[in-house]
Design a protein around this ligand. Structure first.
Ligand SMILES: Cc1ncc(COP(=O)(O)O)c(C=O)c1O
Length: 434
């Protein structure tokens, strides 16, 4: 893969080689960082940056490349099958048949009923529909919601909205040093009017796998609805049926397992119903108005069929790679392990470097040809320590130096020493530059 190096892409580099300055965070015309990179040229709409070093991509929790076969499955819906599934004529009927079939196939992969699937525009929408849609459907029964301190912002911000503007109360459960939500804590947090609990299946930043079936069982006993954000779970962990999770609502999205961006679904256990977020036509069984995005849905379903059972992120292979990487990284002075030692996503390894900040580290790694993340992609531009790292109870000067490596299909054992050597160089340089 040919990708621009930071200097080539016009990102200012501090005089101390290999360490990238804050300009990376706030490109502006004032620092000459807003236009086409010098020494590069636009060819049509494409930026031609010439040959680049071999790059190691280890940010698969942020996103994955579209699989060529998934792309082929989308193609007919970008070309000949372009009708509106709501139209009565033959173009529409053909599109409707494809949509119905896609729903049946998605349900079959999950072990669910087709009527339990709502296609959405991705992870954020699925999570928002679950949290806002369920809370609003239940508001006459109660106004208390429970979540954890380490959820993705899609959950946390939806909960905060309900708290600020719609009269709900929200309990955010603390987690252990390794990011686990303890079932006893949940059991103690229920109130007489608790109506919804939302706890993620797998943490995107540190990889902690939550005891979802146990948490869901506590909710079921009390008649409380349980949502799990499983965006990072599917494609990485084996499962036989979505029902194994025990959840009433389950969110997933395609681009985390080599499907297209902007495609996801929400599973809603029958006969439960959420309140829609979008109003208009009766699409998606009156759960989500708007003409269906058939190319995206076709890509989602193709990726689900190819990559969920068994998971495309081979657990045994990736566990061995991240274990070796952990051993190498932890031998560097001042590096702490943030991921749990057991019950973590096999592909995910988060470490933190004392007294250094994530953005400097990740930018330095990029210059070394290693693509990692400073936390969740959505907050990668923020300078505050990750809320997940802070929730683990580590000191702020450690939390601020979180770096996440999330490996995937194309990583090999040879990548491990290369990543570790690059990391050691970046840490040493950052320390020398102060
Ligand atoms: C756990 C989790 N939930 C939700 C999302 C939101 O997904 P998207 O950004 O694709 O809408 C992400 C994305 O990284 C995620 O990791």
């Amino acid at each position: 893969m040919v990708v621009p190096r930071l200097e080539e892409a016009g990102v200012a580099v501090w005089p101390c080689a290999g360490v990238v300055g804050r300009e990376l965070l706030s490109p502006s015309p004032a620092n000459g960082n807003s236009g086409a990179p010098s020494g590069s040229r636009f060819v049509g709409r494409r930026l031609d940056l010439g040959a680049s070093m071999h790059t190691i991509y280890c940010d698969y929790n942020a996103t994955t490349p579209l699989d060529p076969e998934v792309r082929s499955a989308m193609w007919p819906f970008l070309t000949e099958i372009w009708g509106n599934p709501s139209s009565l004529h033959q173009y529409g009927r053909r599109a409707r048949a494809a949509l119905d079939e896609a729903r049946e196939r998605a349900a079959a992969v999950l072990g669910a009923k087709p009527s339990e699937i709502i296609f959405t525009s991705g992870g954020t929408e699925s999570v928002n529909l679950a949290v806002l849609g369920a809370a609003r459907a239940l508001r006459d029964r109660g106004r208390h919601l429970i979540t954890s301190a380490v959820e993705h912002h899609a959950v946390l911000e939806a909960m905060a909205h309900l708290e600020r503007h719609e009269g709900f109360r929200v309990t955010r459960l603390p987690v252990t040093r390794e990011g686990f939500v303890e079932p006893e804590r949940l059991a103690a947090a229920f109130e007489p009017d608790t109506v919804l609990v939302s706890i993620m299946a797998a943490n995107n930043e540190i990889g902690t796998l939550q005891p979802v079936p146990a948490l869901a069982a506590l909710c079921r006993e009390r008649g409380v609805w349980f949502h799990t954000d499983a965006v990072q779970f599917f494609g990485k962990m084996p499962f036989t049926s979505v029902r194994d999770l025990g959840a009433d609502l389950v969110s997933l999205c395609a681009h985390k397992f080599h499907g297209p961006k902007g495609a996801g679904l929400l599973y809603v256990r029958s006969p439960l119903r959420v309140q829609p977020l979008l109003f208009g036509g009766p699409h998606e069984n009156e759960n989500r108005a708007g003409t269906e995005n058939l190319p995206a849905i076709a890509g989602l379903v193709a990726a689900m069929e190819r990559f969920l059972r068994p998971p495309v992120f081979d657990p045994a292979r990736l566990q061995s790679l991240t274990d070796s990487l952990a051993a190498e990284l932890l031998s560097i002075p001042g590096v702490h392990l943030l991921s749990p030692r057991t019950a973590r996503l096999p592909n995910t390894l988060a470490v933190a470097v004392e007294d250094l900040d994530s953005v400097t580290l990740v930018a330095g790694l990029d210059l070394e040809g290693v693509c990692a993340s400073a936390g969740s992609a959505c907050s990668a531009g923020a300078m505050e320590p990750s809320h997940v790292a802070m929730a683990l109870g580590v000191p702020p000067q450690v939390a601020a130096g979180l770096v996440r490596f999330s490996l995937g299909r194309d990583n090999t054992p040879d990548d491990v020493p290369r990543i570790a050597e690059a990391f050691r160089r970046v840490v040493e340089r950052a320390r020398t530059c102060g």
